[in-house]
Write a protein that binds this ligand. Structure first.
Ligand code: FPP
Length: 236
């Protein structure tokens, strides 16, 4: 039974299990990331079909910098190529591309490609695709606290005026509504420093599948599960 009467406005995904997918096949980890890029393409396609407004993908965490340099370099190359190849498609499909994270940590050529994709899709008003890169939620919250402290010290804001709303406006996700649905693949029951503030009331769906195996039908099944849940926001 397809239940699409309650489509999440914003879906966030922790794409996990690329390495294990590759290991299980006796392939190098990078093959898992390459196959994972195809799942990214399908997730975008599904969100467009379902009329989801925002899709946020956890593509590279602050902690991922601790991985072997060879894997990091190959991931950055994959990302750059993905953006170069997909930009015409995003333009044609009216996708607006955005990023969150400490992007200044990324290699210059990668940043150039990201800036180009953000700038050239700025006026699109279809699906907003947000890549979380060099992203960590504690870092994001710390950056927001620092920005507010600087404004308070300069007398631009009164500390008494800091509330949920003002704080949210200083996060990387300032103009993005909170996720309604958070999906994590590969069966792990963890949040892994992803959007800690923003997922306060998100519905969470965990899939046992590794990310490269998580395709169109799996995302639709997660959306159907979301639609079946009764959302109460802490009320009765
Ligand atoms: C998690 O799997 C995945 C990542 C750290 C990288 C995500 C990257 C992609 C999906 C590839 C392409 C993305 C874009 C946007 C082009 P893991 O390596 O942690 O897997 P494991 O837990 O099984 O080792």
């Amino acid at each position: 039974m397809q239940l699409t009467n309650d489509i999440p406005r914003h879906i966030a995904i922790i794409m996990d299990g690329n390495g294990r997918w590759a290991n299980a096949r006796g392939l190098p980890r990078m093959e898992g990331h390459r196959a994972g890029a195809e799942s990214v393409r399908e997730a975008v396609e599904t969100c467009r079909q379902l009329d989801v407004d925002y899709l946020t993908l956890f593509a590279f965490s602050s902690e991922n910098w601790k991985r072997p340099k060879k894997e990091i370099d190959a991931l950055m190359k994959l990302l750059e190529r993905f953006l170069r190849e997909k930009l015409p498609e995003m333009l044609q499909q009216n996708v607006r591309f955005q990023t969150i994270g400490r992007l200044n940590m990324l290699p210059a050529n990668c940043r150039r490609q990201l800036d180009k994709a953000v700038a050239s899709t700025r006026d699109n008003d279809g699906l907003t695709l947000i890549l979380a890169l060099s992203y960590g939620s504690r870092e994001e919250i710390t950056d927001a606290a620092r920005a507010l402290a600087i404004k308070a010290a300069a007398g631009e804001i009164d500390p008494a005026d800091i509330d949920n709303d003002l704080f949210s406006k200083h996060l990387y996700t300032a103009n993005i509504p909170d996720p309604d649905l958070l999906v994590r693949t590969s069966g792990e029951l963890r949040i892994s420093n992803f959007l800690l503030w923003q997922i306060s009331y998100s519905e969470i769906v965990i899939s046992p599948k590794y990310w490269p195996d998580f395709r169109n039908a799996d995302l639709r099944a997660a959306v159907d599960e979301y639609a079946r849940r009764h959302r109460r926001f802490g009320t009765v």
